[in-house]
Design a protein around this ligand. Structure first.
Ligand code: FAD
Length: 288
C-alpha cells in the first residue's frame, strides 16, 4: 500500500545543534533525510516504517568540499554533482568522479548525497568501493562530540553500521594520494547509466621501484556490505608489477566475496566477473 503523507511529520533543522538535540531527545524516533532519493522511494512504496523525518538539507555545517591538511573533507550533504564538478576531486580522486558520474542520472546526482549513499548502506552503492580504495574516514557527530571511524570498519553487517541513533555523518575525510598513483574504477551493470551495479571494483595503488608498495581494492555488490578485497590485496602487495601473481590474486579474491543470486545477477556471474575485472585492473596497472 502507498504511504499516506499527512501521517508524516517533517522537521527542518536550522542548525546542526538543533538537529542533534532533537535526535538525542527522542533516540531512534527521527529519521534524518538529506536528498531523500533513497528514503522517498521506500516511503512511496509504503515500505518505510518511519513517519518522522528530520530534514538536514539546510545545514551549512554539513556542506562543502575543503582541503584539510593531507585530506579532502567532504560535507555529508555533498551531492554527486558537486563531486563530479569539483576540480580538487578531479585532481586527487578520479575514481570518485567516475563513481558519481554513474550514480543514477542527473536528477539523482543533483539531489543524492555522499552521506546518504553511505548510510543507506546498500552493498551495491557506487561511491563506497571508491571510498574504501582511497582509505576514507568518517567523522560522526552527536551531542557527545565528534569521533572518527575508518570507513572500512563502518559497515558491520547488512544495513548495520557503527552509527548510534543520535549520531549523524558530518564529513567524509579522504587522504590525498602522495606522489604518482594508479586509480581504477569499474561498474558492471545492465546499462551504462541508470543501472544498479551487478559488480563494482575500485582500486588505488602506488608503485615504488617497480614494486607494488600500496594497494587498496574496494568491492561492491558481492558481499552484504561494501568490502575491501583484503585477501587479494595481501597476495599482490610487495610483488613486482612486471610479474604480478594474477592467478593467485584471482583465487584469493574468492575469499573476499560472498555474492548472492538475485534479480540482477547470479552469484556465479558476480564471482567470475569480479575476478575478470580484477585481471583487467592488474593489466592496466602493469602498463601504467
Ligand atoms: C532512480 C534512482 C537511481 C539511483 N541510482 C543509484 C546508483 O546508480 N548508484 C547508487 O549508489 N545509488 C543510486 N540511487 C540511490 C540514492 O540516490 C543514493 O544512495 C543517494 O546517495 C542517497 O542519498 P540521499 O541524500 O538522497 O539519501 P536519503 O534518501 O536522504 O537518506 C538515505 C539514508 O541515509 C540516512 N542519512 C542521510 N544523510 C545522513 C547523515 N548525514 N547522517 C546520518 N544519516 C544520514 C537517512 O536517514 C537514510 O537512512 C538511486 C536512487 C534512485 C531513486
Amino acid at each position: 500500500m502507498r504511504a499516506y503523507l499527512p501521517d508524516c511529520d517533517l522537521r527542518v533543522a536550522a542548525t546542526l545543534d538543533d538537529a542533534l538535540a532533537l535526535l538525542a531527545a527522542e533516540p531512534g524516533v527521527w529519521t534524518p533525510i538529506a536528498g531523500g532519493t533513497d528514503l522517498m522511494v521506500v516511503h512511496n512504496a509504503g515500505r518505510l516504517k518511519a513517519t518522522r523525518f528530520l530534514d538536514l538539507s539546510r545545514l551549512a555545517e554539513l556542506r562543502g568540499i575543503a582541503e584539510e591538511g593531507d585530506c579532502l573533507a567532504f560535507g555529508a550533504l555533498t551531492s554527486f554533482t558537486e563531486v563530479r564538478e569539483h576540480p580538487a576531486v578531479h585532481r586527487h580522486f578520479p575514481n570518485l568522479v567516475k563513481s558519481a558520474r554513474v550514480t543514477g542520472a542527473l536528477a539523482i546526482q543533483n539531489r543524492g548525497t555522499l552521506g546518504g549513499n553511505i548510510v543507506n548502506a546498500s552493498p551495491a552503492a557506487d561511491t563506497p568501493p571508491s571510498l574504501l580504495a582511497y582509505g576514507a574516514e568518517l567523522e560522526l557527530v552527536s551531542p557527545r562530540g565528534r569521533r572518527r571511524v575508518a570507513y572500512d570498519h563502518f559497515h558491520l553487517g547488512y544495513k548495520q553500521m557503527d552509527l548510534a541513533p543520535d549520531e549523524l555523518v558530518a564529513r567524509i575525510l579522504v587522504p590525498k594520494p602522495q606522489g604518482h598513483s594508479f586509480h581504477y574504477f569499474r561498474k558492471v551493470g545492465t546499462r551504462q547509466a541508470q543501472a544498479i551495479a551487478k559488480v563494482c571494483l575500485a582500486a588505488h595503488a602506488r608503485v615504488q621501484d617497480g614494486v607494488l608498495a600500496e594497494l587498496r581494492i574496494g568491492l561492491g555488490s558481492v558481499a552484504p556490505v561494501p568490502a575491501r578485497a583484503r585477501h587479494a590485496e595481501a597476495t599482490l602487495l610487495g610483488q613486482p608489477v612486471a610479474a604480478l601473481p594474477v592467478a593467485a590474486a584471482r583465487a584469493a579474491l574468492l575469499d573476499d566475496m560472498s555474492p548472492i543470486d538475485d534479480i540482477r545477477a547470479s552469484a556465479h556471474y558476480r564471482s567470475v566477473v569480479t575476478q575478470n575485472v580484477l585481471s583487467h585492473m592488474l593489466r592496466e596497472l602493469a602498463t601504467a
